[in-house]
Design a protein around this ligand. Structure first.
Ligand code: SAM
Length: 209
């Protein structure tokens, strides 16, 4: 598995893990320059830690849906180019603004990812669409936002089974979500994010031509 430029393995007090270079955001270990990317706190971090082939190279333009307080998107902005971070809950956006403060390439957007037309005038065509919204209708959100992906771009998606249906078998939920995704994407890989995140599926996909 290839790590993007700007993501490295580092040792933090005897524990080796992925790291990016930047200001700490969520109390993660840091050596003053590099900060640990905790796969237990980040679905994209788990995808990388589990060796999923994400295709990330570094310096890409990224649209990130479900940014919350900026845990993962701050790591992304450490190695990517322009990074548009969509989050619809005002409370976490306050912390997201703090994470963006030392990162001039990170652009928080207080918007609803189900309504891409509300930020279409701001966002430029993206090489990578990262999504971690953990709400019902995760595939529909990804499908609606496919319009922002360049033809050779990639979707890096985390699906939380319980967000679709708390009572259903996660395997059945994942199958349904992947079927809906296939209307707009070709699935390249999908893998459980356990042991970092139970009942979550990591997906790498390309937009259909
Ligand atoms: N990706 C974050 C991270 O790793 O740091 C954690 C994201 S959390 C699991 C899911 C977030 O998605 C929540 O902050 C929630 O408010 C947000 N969210 C859910 N539905 C959304 C929507 N339709 N538009 C924008 N944000 C949404």
């Amino acid at each position: 598995m290839t790590l993007p430029d700007g993501v490295e393995r580092h040792d933090f007090g005897g524990e080796t893990g992925l790291a990016t270079r930047g200001e700490p955001v969520y109390g993660e270990a840091t050596d003053g320059a590099w900060r640990r990317w905790d796969p237990d706190r980040s679905k994209l971090g788990a995808m990388l830690a589990l060796g999923m082939e994400t295709g990330l190279a570094g310096s890409e333009t990224v649209l990130y849906l479900g940014a919350a307080a900026g845990t993962t998107v701050s790591h992304v902005a450490d190695f990517a180019g322009p990074t548009y971070a969509v989050e619809f809950a005002p409370r976490p956006v306050r912390d997201l603004l703090d994470a963006a403060d030392p990162r001039p390439n990170l652009f928080p957007l207080l918007k609803d990812a189900r309504e891409p037309e509300s930020y279409a005038h701001v966002v430029e065509p993206a090489d990578v669409l990262v999504q971690d919204v953990a709400t019902r209708g995760q595939a529909l959100v990804a499908n609606r936002n496919a319009r922002f992906l360049r033809p050779d771009g990639r979707l890096l998606l985390s699906i939380k089974a319980r967000s679709e249906d708390v009572t259903a078998d996660p395997a059945a939920v994942f199958e349904d979500v992947l079927t809906t995704l296939e209307e707009r994407y070709e699935i390249e890989a999908s893998e459980s994010l356990a042991p970092h995140h139970d009942d979550h599926l990591g997906v790498v996909a390309r937009p259909r031509r």
